[in-house]
Design a protein around this ligand. Structure first.
Ligand code: 9D3
Length: 258
């Protein structure tokens, strides 16, 4: 049973051309061609009606940097989403360092909506009235400082689009659920079997599917233990997993092994 749930995303930005090539390649291109995803870019400056089309101004109370003015943002969003904007109908998301953290769960949550709007801030931030009276949600993509909300908006579109039915193939779709299982991926190989004296682990070429599955699970558990022990705590482990973890601990305590 294939359901084709379509999604529309309106993006409000001072730099719409930043989005062009990321949206015109690969999976996002295909999703749009298939009509599953519709992306609209809106230039906030087009909604600044003063003589110089000013979109930012000095902060009240002083301080360094500029603040994005409220009027162009309100006008742009209300024009595109409709004047009588029901805030519960279309989520209006501000990308900002003060937002809640973007995670796979948030991507899944957004992917079920038929329509969302993304507002990209720039400069030192946006007038607080935008947050208070226009925005329904505020999202950050992580604890690092960027120059604006444009790259974060692209990150969100990419992560959300993968969840729209029909965007990925069936195999990749199933793989998503395994990511939700919360383990890092183990090592992967392709041909040749030997490259400059570096060989592919024997078990992967053995044809023993049970042994292969167990080895892959072991490597995934081991990599997660080494690099992201925080993920292991949240993992639902089978008896087999516990046995494999014990085995890994033994391997790691042996000198010269692995
Ligand atoms: C003066 C304090 N700065 C916060 C550390 C102000 C500031 C920095 C960077 C205000 C805006 C920005 C631009 N960044 C974003 O708009 C942004 C962002 C980010 O910088 N990191 C992670 N996620 C996001 S979402 C939007």
């Amino acid at each position: 049973m294939l359901e084709y749930h379509e999604m529309r995303i309106d993006i409000f930005t001072l730099f719409p051309s930043m989005f062009l090539s990321p949206f015109q390649e690969s999976i996002l291109k295909r999703a749009q061609e298939r009509g599953i995803l519709t992306l609209f870019l809106h230039q906030i400056r087009d909604y600044a009606f003063d003589r110089h089309q000013m979109t930012d101004d000095v902060p009240y109370g002083g301080g360094q940097g500029m603040v994005m003015k409220p009027e162009p943002i309100f006008r742009a969003v209300r024009t595109i989403l409709g004047v009588g904007l029901r805030t519960d109908a279309v989520p209006v998301i501000l990308l900002s360092p003060q937002g809640r953290s973007f995670t796979q769960d948030v991507a899944r949550e957004l992917a079920v909506k038929p329509r969302i709007a993304l507002i990209c801030g720039h400069y030192e931030g946006v007038d607080e009235r935008v947050r208070e009276h226009l925005v329904t949600d505020e999202i950050s993509i992580g604890d690092f400082v960027l120059t604006g909300g444009e790259l974060p908006a692209m990150v969100i579109v990419d992560a959300v689009a993968r969840y729209l039915p029909g965007v990925l193939g069936a195999a990749e779709g199933a793989e998503q659920d395994s990511y939700a299982s919360g383990l890092l991926e183990g090592p992967q190989y392709t041909r040749p079997a030997v490259y400059q004296n570096m060989d592919v682990p024997e078990v992967l070429r053995s044809g023993d599917h049970a042994a292969i599955a167990r080895w892959q699970r072991k490597m995934a558990l081991r990599r997660t233990m080494e690099r992201r022990p925080d993920l292991l705590g949240r993992l639902e482990m089978t008896a087999e997993d516990r046995q494999i973890l014990d085995e890994i601990r033994r391997d790691l305590s042996e000198p010269y092994e692995c």
